[in-house]
Design a binder for this molecule. Structure first.
Ligand code: GCV
Length: 672
């Protein structure tokens, strides 16, 4: 462990400690801007050059800036690494080619961001980047838009705080009701994101409150300043806007998308935004959802609503990310017909083909809300004539509030690789963009739980290459974050982190039951949502449990899937165990494919999952003295909380099933 894991700035260096750049920094790197002169190359190239300069100054290597043939540029100095920006190289946007020849590694890109990502590719490889066995290849992102949405408020919200669903302290951007005067940490954040592959950031909460609405107009200067921090790292900023802005900010008496004055207001506003931020990314909109205004008030569709904003942005190349998270949050638990899971599909699929080219419909990965286990949203398979974004959550709203170790790439790679038609086409193939809600705050470790950094890093990397395995990704993150650490650190981290998604699922809501969470979405609350207006999730009675979402006898939700999934989910015979209670209401004694009854499965998984957290906490003690003390202590404290909380989950869920079913635990564990 080294003290430099904590940078002198006071925040943790995450996956870019100086040591991680040392293999490059010890060598001679030539940056070849033959075609694009260094002065005309722009801020991204300048950032790459500054990175190389800083790394070589720290570690004793050398930077050679060449504007012609670099091998001859500096007498007899032969570069170990040549970074080439050549717009005529014919490489894909943001992509780069890597090759090793004559004792030098050469990275070529056709655009500045390609150069940036090529540079970080070299950093990731460490010493391996200078190995003559280095494989040649071209790398390019699978998704052109890899975006983090911040649910940050400027003003502290009375219920949701500074960052809605944030578990890592305050906002990096805002404090005391305004933009932070010192934005150096935002620049450091942007650099970390660039190294992971993220290229877009939305800088405010999709629930746009009064103060935040003004970021679009008279507080636009704040967005300008944020964009300045992100720009050198190839990241464009987006803004969440309120559909009612023409009224609340513009003084109009309507926000009807068919009213010409409304369209003019949006067009004029977009013009002003682009005058101030020429590379502005666009708007993110939550409309007709959980109290946010939207086009329904005027009898218009979501396509009508999205398109009026899209037309304002189109002349400048901007995009509207329009969220499909539209459902009735004033349900009556007595009404057994309404099924929240159906809502996004019912609202949006009839509009397929009606959205403008620069609208992206942003779809949560599941039909409900970022649960531990949901089927993948059928909307993703049902809008072939619409650009779609897959929305994930890095912030651990339902997955342990960054107090529990929950390695999200294990869930995301399952989702990205899911085949809606079981024919080789994946979710990653149908979703043009990949978006996730950020898990970052002003916490010293950025993410509250230091190990949750692996989720943030993993998001960018998977959005770039969905085929990366979560296990390889973890090794990559460990290699960068703990460079030169004792081999035991890697082994312990693998033991603690890999499989943590399955462990969390074991001790929380079983078999695809959702929302068994308590207030704030933390800890067990088996019936907390059951009689609430937000939807009903398990229908447990003395005979059985689960939501009947079949076409035959239930809400018909299974019919929203294409084949073979519509039939697979419909039938008790073929429905996968882990989703059984999402699709079916069954007796407690129903026998799973695993051979266990539902109730015994619940008893066993909860006992085993909670026991596993004890092992995780024990295993962490093996790195005492091998990692920075502050990080060791933080993880240790949080693991203790995870053990406590998992025990609470275990006892409440097991006891609930015992009291409802009357079936004893065959393994004889305690029931209360
Ligand atoms: C930003 C869930 C969360 C809300 C969030 C909403 C959304 O309902 O609990 O805090 O609001 O999702 O995605 O818009």
């Amino acid at each position: 462990m080294s003290a430099d894991l904590m940078s002198t700035s006071g925040w943790h260096a995450a996956w870019l400690p100086d040591e991680a750049l040392a293999p490059l920094g010890r060598r001679v790197t030539a940056v070849d801007l033959t075609v694009v002169s260094a002065s005309g190359a722009g801020p991204v190239v300048a950032a790459v050059v500054a990175e190389v300069r800083a790394a070589t100054e720290r570690s004793g290597g050398r930077l050679v800036l060449a504007d012609d043939d670099v091998t001859a540029a500096d007498g007899d100095v032969r570069p170990d690494l040549v970074l080439v920006l050549d717009p005529d190289a014919g490489l894909p946007a943001e992509g780069y080619a890597v090759e090793r020849a004559d004792g030098a590694t050469r990275v070529t890109a056709s655009d500045d961001r390609g150069l940036l990502y090529g540079f970080f590719h070299v950093v990731r490889l460490g010493e391996g980047a200078f190995d003559d066995a280095l494989a040649a290849g071209t790398h390019a992102p699978a998704h052109a838009v890899r975006m983090l949405d911040h649910w940050d408020n400027v003003d502290v919200h009375d219920v949701m705080g500074q960052v809605e669903r944030g578990y890592a302290g305050g906002s990096l951007f805002y404090a005391d009701g305004r933009l932070r005067p010192d934005l150096r940490r935002v620049g450091a954040y942007a650099r970390l994101l660039a190294a992971s592959g993220v290229n877009r950031v939305a800088v405010n909460n999709v629930n746009v409150h009064r103060t935040e609405a003004h970021l679009l107009t008279d507080r636009l200067g704040d967005v300008v300043r944020l964009a300045e921090q992100f720009r050198p790292w190839g990241i464009r900023v987006h803004l969440a806007v309120s559909f009612a802005a023409p009224m609340t900010l513009g003084g109009l008496d309507t926000c009807d998308p068919f009213d010409p004055a409304v369209a003019d207001w949006w067009a004029d506003t977009a013009r002003r935004v682009y005058a101030a931020i020429p590379d502005f990314g666009g708007f993110v909109v939550k409309a007709d959802s959980e109290g946010q205004p939207g086009p329904f008030a005027y009898g218009r569709t979501h396509a009508d609503g999205a398109n009026v904003l899209a037309r304002a942005l189109a002349p400048f190349g901007g995009t509207v990310h329009w969220r499909a998270f539209v459902y009735d949050h004033h349900q009556d638990w007595r009404d057994r017909k309404t099924d929240r899971a159906r809502a996004a599909y019912d609202h949006f699929t009839p509009l397929d083909g009606k959205f403008d080219e620069n609208v992206v419909v942003q779809v949560k990965f599941g039909p409900l809300d970022f649960q531990v286990r949901e089927p993948v949203s059928p909307v993703l398979a049902a809008m072939p004539r619409t650009h779609l974004a897959l929305e994930l959550q890095v912030t651990q709203e339902y997955t342990g509030h960054q107090k529990h170790v929950y390695y999200l790439p294990e869930q995301w790679s399952e989702i990205l690789g899911w085949e809606p038609w079981a024919d080789g086409r994946t979710v990653s193939d149908v979703a043009r963009d990949v978006v996730a809600v950020s898990n970052v705050g002003d916490d010293r470790f950025w993410t509250g739980h230091p190990l949750a950094q692996a989720n943030l890093y993993g998001f960018g990397r998977l959005a770039w290459d969905p085929a990366l395995s979560p296990s390889d990704l973890l090794d990559e993150w460990v290699g960068l974050t703990f460079p030169g650490a004792d081999a035991r650190v890697r082994d312990v981290l693998r033991d603690v982190v890999l499989g943590s998604r399955a462990t969390y699922e074991q001790y929380t809501a079983p078999l695809g039951v959702c929302f068994m969470v308590g207030p704030g979405h933390y800890g067990p609350g088996v019936d907390f949502y059951e009689y609430s207006p937000w939807g009903t999730y398990h229908f447990a009675d003395r005979d059985g449990i689960g939501v009947d979402r079949t076409r035959a006898s239930g809400t018909g939700y299974s019919g929203q899937y294409p084949e073979p999934w519509a039939s697979t989910y419909e039938s008790l015979e073929t429905c996968p165990d882990e989703l059984l209670l999402f699709f079916h209401h069954v007796p407690y004694t129903h026998v799973l494919h695993s051979g266990k009854t539902v109730v015994q499965h619940v008893y066993d998984t909860h006992t085993d999952g909670a026991a596993r957290t004890v092992e995780m906490a024990r295993r962490w003690e093996d790195v005492d003295g091998l990692v920075e003390p502050a990080l060791y202590e933080r993880v240790g404290e949080l693991l203790a909380e995870q053990v406590r909380s998992a025990g609470e989950w275990r006892d409440q869920v097991r006891t609930y099933f015992w009291r409802h079913s009357g079936v004893p635990d065959a393994r004889g564990g305690p029931l209360y």
